[in-house]
Design a protein around this ligand. Structure first.
Ligand code: AMP
Length: 216
């Protein structure tokens, strides 16, 4: 029987997590669990979690751990025997420790850490466009849609995320360096971490990820 893959993809905003996640999901058949997408869906459905999360997300701040942990825990519990790819979670040590606790039976198998220098991220973030329907992510410079402003997969009109501004990026990067970067050491100590240069071509980054996940 093939080994179940429970993957984490991490890296600063704009490093290419979303784009690589789409490719990983297609090739390895894991379920994409993006905490950011979960929050955006909750916001558009105006649920109580969505209303609470919006005030943080709009400012570029992290949503409190308790809210986030419960949301992701529930999503993982629905995966059953299917492996999954966690994108955007965990983002704090408290979240990582909670994750280890509720995945004791079937732990995380690898952590992909996409690295990119802060100075390169502004351009990537302000030129990012996303599909509000299927979550596909594009870039006006490096990954244009086939038809201007329209999603290749589901033909929905692309949008710019409300928090993809230079101002919000500054706050998000601060949160990344102070709260999330310590996880690099946390997972490195567990022998799970694989760091990749995210400034390479999309296909080169994906080749490296594939080799890691195939255990080559
Ligand atoms: P993302 O789509 O991963 O960039 O997430 C968008 C926003 O959602 C972040 O800037 C945070 O405000 C919030 N968010 C997503 N995941 C988490 C998390 N694991 N912990 C706290 N806040 C999160």
């Amino acid at each position: 029987m093939e080994k179940k893959l429970n993957i984490i993809i991490m890296g600063p905003p704009g490093a290419g997590k979303g784009t690589q996640s789409e490719l990983i999901v297609k090739k390895f058949g894991v379920k994409h669990l993006s905490s950011g997408d979960m929050f955006r869906e909750a916001i558009s459905n105006k649920t109580p979690i969505g209303l609470e999360a919006k005030s943080y997300i709009d400012k570029g701040l992290l949503v409190p751990d308790s809210v986030t942990i419960n949301l992701v825990k529930e999503a993982i519990s629905k995966c059953g025997k299917q492996g999954y790819l966690l994108d955007g979670f965990p983002r704090t040590l408290i979240q990582a420790e909670a994750l280890a606790e509720f995945t004791k039976e079937s732990p995380i198998t690898s952590v992909i850490n996409i690295e990119a220098d802060d100075s390169k991220l502004v351009e990537r973030i302000v030129s990012r466009r996303v599909c509000p329907h299927c979550g596909a992510s594009y870039n006006l410079i490096s990954k244009k849609p086939l038809v201007d402003g329209i999603c290749d997969n589901c033909h929905t009109k692309l949008v710019q995320r409300a928090d993809d501004t230079e101002e919000s990026l500054k706050t998000r990067l601060k949160a990344y360096h102070s709260m999330t970067q310590p996880l690099v050491e946390y997972y490195s100590k567990q022998g799970l971490l694989h760091s990749i240069d995210g400034l390479q071509n999309i296909s080169v980054v994906f080749d490296e990820i594939s080799k890691i996940l195939e255990g080559k």
